[in-house]
Design a protein around this ligand. Structure first.
Ligand SMILES: [Zn+2]
Length: 146
C-alpha cells in the first residue's frame, strides 16, 4: 500500500502550483493520504523559512502533535527542496521525498539549491535515512519558470 511515487499526488500538486502561483509541497501519511499541503509564504509572513516544504512539515507535525512524524511518511514537492527544506525533512523523520522540477529549469530566478537535496539527504543519513525520487513527472512542470 505504501509505495511511491504516485502520479495522482504529484498531478494534484502541479495543478495547485499553476493555480496558486507557488511551489507546492505535501506530506503524505503512511496510508498514502495527503496530510498537509504547503505553499511558499515567505513574503506574506516576512519569514525567510516559510518555504512550501517547511510549511507542509509544520502543518503535518502540528496536526499530529509531534516534532517527528511516524514511519512511512513521505514529502512530495513540485520543486527540488532547498538545503533548508532538505534539512527539515531529516529533522521531521520523513522517510522519502519525491520532487518534480529542478534548478535546471528555474529560468532567470536565482538557484537556491546551492547544495542539492540529494547531497543534504546523503550527508544527513546518519541522523535519518531518507529515500529520494528526483524529477518525477518533470515534463508536466519544467516549463513553469521559463
Ligand atoms: Zn526550501
Amino acid at each position: 500500500m505504501n509505495y511511491h511515487p504516485q502520479e495522482s499526488i504529484m498531478s494534484k500538486l502541479i495543478q495547485l502550483q499553476r493555480q496558486e502561483h507557488s511551489i507546492i509541497a505535501a506530506v503524505i501519511d503512511n496510508k498514502n493520504m495527503i496530510l498537509s499541503i504547503g505553499k511558499t509564504t515567505v513574503f506574506i509572513d516576512n519569514d525567510p523559512t516559510s518555504h512550501a516544504e517547511v510549511n507542509a512539515v509544520r502543518q503535518a507535525c502540528k496536526k499530529l502533535n509531534t516534532h517527528r512524524l511516524p514511519q512511512g511518511y513521505w514529502l512530495y514537492s513540485t520543486f527540488e527542496p532547498c538545503p533548508l527544506c532538505s534539512s527539515a525533512i531529516i529533522w521531521a523523520g520523513i522517510d522519502g521525498v519525491v520532487y518534480s522540477n529542478n534548478p535546471a529549469y528555474r529560468g532567470k530566478e536565482q538557484n537556491w539549491s546551492f547544495i542539492s537535496c540529494e547531497e543534504v539527504l546523503q550527508k544527513g543519513s546518519y541522523i535519518h535515512d531518507v529515500s529520494l525520487i528526483k524529477d518525477f513527472m518533470i515534463d508536466e512542470i519544467k516549463d513553469y519558470f521559463t
